[in-house]
Design a protein around this ligand. Structure first.
Ligand SMILES: Cc1cc2nc3c(=O)[nH]c(=O)nc-3n(C[C@H](O)[C@H](O)[C@H](O)COP(=O)(O)O)c2cc1C
Length: 224
């Protein structure tokens, strides 16, 4: 359990004692978390996509950053990104389909890249190195500083987990349908499983609405 006293008040940006601060907010060394990574496009506009990052001391590693993604292209060009940490499944949903509106960013902090309004903590990162692994790259990023925006109560819910897993699969299924149809089928079965779970235990907003949209976008026939 981290010492709450070591956490600066919400709204503060700090580049000191990064590993300590990460420990204290629960992002322990080696932990893999689903983040939303914001980068700058070539025309100066912003791009945000859900990306898994693993903490490695005062750095984070994107173990699999797939080739062909805008995030990779932007990261290679700009050498910097903002890793937003949050637990709002609606924002993950919007980012998955590249639908974060301009008003979704908080421009008031004067950082290199603005944090998402729904972000609890945002890490400014810069490119340290990368390894080419074939279909994807493994990318190491130094954490230059952290903005803590919110410290708020958290809880477990299977609804959030089920929708998040389905969003990840929704990004893989269209690719796999072309190159690995068996894997596409397996992931489709999982989305069906989560869709049934969500319809059984979750409220309409936002979980059932998002699940229905995922199923529709993927053209999956429900077993009813
Ligand atoms: C929760 C979640 C985690 C994801 N993690 C990764 C990841 O670690 N690496 C990756 O290349 N794509 C990941 N994706 C898929 C990308 O967000 C998605 O393919 C995106 O559309 C491609 O990125 P782009 O918008 O930068 O082109 C993830 C998707 C979700 C929903």
């Amino acid at each position: 359990m981290g010492a709450m006293g070591k956490i600066p008040p919400p709204g503060n940006y700090t580049s000191f004692d990064v590993p300590d601060l990460l420990d204290n907010i629960g992002l322990s060394d080696g932990l893999l978390v689903e983040s939303i990574c914001t980068t700058k496009n070539g025309d100066g506009s912003l791009h945000s996509a859900p990306i898994g990052v693993r903490r490695a001391g005062s750095a984070v590693i994107i173990e699999k950053l797939f080739k062909g993604t805008t995030t990779l292209e932007n990261l290679m060009r700009e050498s910097s990104a903002l890793i937003n940490l949050l637990d709002d499944v609606e924002i993950f949903y919007l980012a998955t389909f590249n639908e974060i509106p301009e008003e979704g960013y908080d421009m008031s902090y004067g950082m290199r890249l603005p944090p998402l309004k729904g972000s609890n903590a945002s890490m400014e990162v810069s490119l340290l190195n990368f390894k080419d692994k074939g279909d994807f790259l493994s990318v190491k990023l130094r954490i230059d500083g952290i903005l803590l925006r919110k410290v708020k109560p958290c809880f477990f819910t299977r609804c959030r987990h089920a929708v998040l897993e389905s969003l990840i699969h929704a990004t893989r299924i269209p690719v796999f349908r072309k190159i690995r149809p068996k894997d596409a089928e397996k992931l489709t079965k999982l989305v069906l499983h989560y869709s049934e779970l969500v319809s059984r235990i979750c409220p309409e907003e936002p979980y059932n609405r998002i699940m229905r949209d995922i199923v529709n976008r993927l053209n999956i026939k429900l077993n009813k």
